[in-house]
Write a protein that binds this ligand. Structure first.
Ligand code: SF4
Length: 333
C-alpha cells in the first residue's frame, strides 16, 4: 500500500512512519490532514494516490442498529460488501477479499455472482479504514476483524497476507493477531502455504458437511479438488505443532446437514482436535431452494455434539434483515 509512491519519491523512513501513524493510527479523513508532511510532497501524494481505492460507500443499518452493511464499488464498478457487527464488548468487521467468488458454493449468494476480481491490499484495507473513520466519531475502534465476506481468502493469499501484516505491524495498526480470523473453504495447497507463514491469526474452516459426499454436493468446486480426509490431515498435523484451536463453520440446512446422523459423523470427524464448531442456521436467499433448520433439530444436533465433548455454539446471525448475514453478501440492498 502506497509502496510505489514512497519508492518513486524516495520518501525517507521517518516520513513513511508519519504517513502510517496519521493514516492508520490517527485515522485521518483525507490527505489534507497529513499536515506533518511538507505541502509539496502532500500535494503530490494527493495527485498520485487516491485516499481510498474503493468508492461510493453506502450504509445499510439493521433495524436493531447492531449491524451496518456497507456496499461500495471498486473503480471498475464491481460491488464489494463489508459488515460491522456490535456484540457486547466487541466491534467486529467482516471484510471481503474479492468482489464475488469463484468457488460457487450452492448455498451462498456470493458464490452465485461468480468472480469479478480479487481485491488489492489497498481495497481490503479501505473496508477496514472506512469503519475505523466512522467509529472515530464516537471514540470507538474496531476490536476484531474476520475475513468472511465475499470471496475465498486463500485464493487471494498475497493481498490477504499483506493486509494482515499491516493490521498486526506495531508501526502500522498494531492489532493483536488473535483478534483476526481468516475463514477458508479449504484449498489445501494454499492452506499449507498460509500455515507456513505462521501469522498468529485464527483459522476458521467452512466445513458445512461431515463427509466428502455431502461436501461435494454443497461445495463442489472446492470439495472435489480438496478431499476432506486430506484437509483433515493437514489441519491435524498443524494443530499438533501449534496447539491452536480451529473453528469449524457448519451450516444448518433443513433435512440436509442438520440430521442426527450428520451430528454423529461430525463429532467423529473432529474428535481428536481442539475445536469450536460454529453452527450457523441458513439464511434464506432468493433463488436458492435450501431451507433453514428448525429450533428442535438444532437443539438435537447440539446435544449430540455436547454429549461427545465437541465444543459448539449457535452463531447468532447478524443483520439478516439487511442481507448482511453469512452467505447473503451479494450486493443486494
Ligand atoms: S461460501 Fe465462501 S467460498 Fe463458498 S462461494 Fe460463498 S464466499 Fe465463496
Amino acid at each position: 500500500m502506497f509502496k510505489r509512491f514512497l519508492k518513486n519519491n524516495n520518501v525517507q523512513g521517518y516520513r513513511v512512519q508519519q504517513l502510517y501513524d496519521q493514516y492508520f493510527k490517527q485515522v485521518i479523513s483525507s490527505w489534507d490532514e497529513l499536515t506533518n508532511w511538507p505541502k509539496d510532497l502532500r500535494e503530490k501524494l494527493k495527485e498520485e494516490v487516491p485516499f481510498t481505492e474503493l468508492v461510493n460507500f453506502t450504509e445499510f443499518p439493521s433495524s436493531d442498529h447492531k449491524t451496518i452493511k456497507v456496499l461500495t464499488n471498486t473503480k471498475e464498478g464491481f460491488p464489494v460488501e463489508s459488515v460491522l457487527m456490535r456484540n457486547k464488548d466487541r466491534i467486529t468487521v467482516c471484510i471481503s477479499c474479492m468482489s464475488g467468488c469463484p468457488v460457487g458454493c450452492k448455498f451462498c449468494a456470493t458464490g452465485r455472482m461468480g468472480l469479478n476480481k480479487s481485491l488489492s491490499t489497498h481495497e481490503i484495507m479501505d473496508q477496514i479504514m472506512y469503519f475505523q473513520r466512522k467509529l472515530k466519531a464516537t471514540g470507538e475502534k474496531i476490536t476484531n476483524i474476520v475475513y468472511m465476506g465475499m470471496g475465498e481468502p486463500l485464493l487471494n493469499l498475497k493481498h490477504v497476507s499483506e493486509s494482515i501484516n499491516l493490521l498486526t505491524d506495531s508501526n502500522v495498526m498494531a492489532m493483536s493477531a488473535r483478534r483476526i480470523t481468516v475463514s477458508t473453504s479449504g484449498y489445501i495447497p494454499q492452506l499449507e502455504e498460509f500455515l507456513k507463514k505462521d501469522m498468529g491469526v485464527n483459522l476458521a474452516i467452512s466445513l458445512h458437511a461431515p463427509n466428502q459426499k455431502l461436501r461435494e454436493k454443497l461445495m463442489p468446486t472446492v470439495a472435489k479438488l480438496n478431499p476432506l480426509d486430506k484437509l483433515m490431515e493437514v489441519l491435524i498435523k498443524d494443530q499438533k505443532k501449534r496447539n491452536k484451536k480451529i473453528t469449524y463453520e457448519y451450516l444448518m440446512l433443513k433435512d440436509i446437514t442438520d440430521t442426527p446422523e450428520c451430528a454423529k459423523e461430525l463429532a467423529k470427524l473432529l474428535k481428536n482436535q481442539i475445536v469450536l464448531v460454529n453452527l450457523i442456521n441458513f439464511n434464506k436467499v432468493n433463488g436458492i431452494s435450501y431451507e433453514p433448520s428448525t429450533r428442535k433439530r438444532i437443539e438435537g444436533f447440539k446435544a449430540v455434539l455436547d454429549s461427545r465433548g465437541i465444543t459448539n455454539t449457535l452463531r447468532y446471525s447478524y443483520g439478516s434483515d439487511i442481507k448482511g448475514a453469512c452467505g447473503q453478501l451479494a450486493s443486494i440492498s
